[in-house]
Design a protein around this ligand. Structure first.
Ligand code: URA
Length: 240
């Protein structure tokens, strides 16, 4: 048996705090009865309904994917394009991506049906470090790398300091490979930061998400997280 607010958060209805508010405002029914008591415990056979909509409790599933380019990282696409969820086979649960990678960005993407962990992983308070490898036009100067390390404001959006490293340069083609580690997850953040210092991104890949890497996977492949990896993500986001 689990506390009702924990189950609602886990099933992705809302964050734990918001779930508490839902319960206290009388919007949650358990087996047909409105429950406003926060301590209420529920089990697998209890029927939970929020605002008249049944909450389904499924076994949690955690997938680490190597997202290829030209795949959209939402669960559904109104233009009918292939989504990351289409790439995962053999899972009956309804899973969704944790945050986003751009259509033309490859790399590490987590998918889960654990709404509470997903909420935490994308919450600014807990956001874990993510490392990107970018091919850029131009050879980065020391000043440009320094600007990345200092953080910046671009078109009114503020980006926290990043860890930046030059991996290699191609003097002939005037391109470079740069690694950038950020802990935020703002829209097109890496492309915007690099473009802002004069290094437009030609190709982008997310290589690391917290302690997780793409080791052993090819583009388009995915694997289940190991129980100890899920535990470590829970620990990093204050859930245990
Ligand atoms: N930053 C970007 O610009 N694009 C991504 O897909 C991820 C981070």
């Amino acid at each position: 048996m689990e506390r009702l607010q924990k189950v609602l958060a886990h099933d992705g209805v809302a964050s734990r705090r918001q779930s508490e508010k839902l319960i206290m405002s009388g919007r949650v029914r358990v087996n047909g009865t409105v429950v406003t008591e926060l301590g209420t415990k529920v089990g697998a056979h209890d029927k939970i309904v929020v605002d008249g909509v049944p909450v389904t409790t499924e076994a949690p599933v955690y997938i680490l994917m190597y997202k290829p380019r030209s795949v959209i990282s939402t669960a559904n696409d109104d233009k009918g394009r292939k989504t990351v969820v289409d790439l995962v086979e053999g899972i009956s649960q309804r899973i969704y991506p944790v945050g986003r990678l751009d259509y033309d960005t490859a790399g590490l993407l987590l998918l889960t049906n654990d709404g509470e962990l997903a909420n935490r992983l994308t919450h600014p308070k807990y956001e874990v470090e993510k490392t990107y490898i970018a091919k850029v036009t131009g050879i980065p100067t020391n000043d440009e790398m320094k600007s990345l390390r200092q953080g910046m404001t671009v078109e009114g959006e503020t980006y926290a300091p990043a860890k930046g490293k030059i991996i290699s340069v191609d003097d002939k083609k005037k391109t470079a490979i740069v690694s950038l580690t950020i802990h935020e997850g703002k829209n097109h953040q890496v492309k915007k930061m690099l473009a802002a210092v004069g290094l437009p991104v030609e190709k982008l890949k997310r290589e690391q998400y917290g302690f997780l890497t793409l080791k052993g996977l090819n583009a388009g492949e995915s694997r289940h997280l190991k129980p100890e990896e899920v535990k470590e993500l829970r620990r990093l986001t204050g859930l245990i």
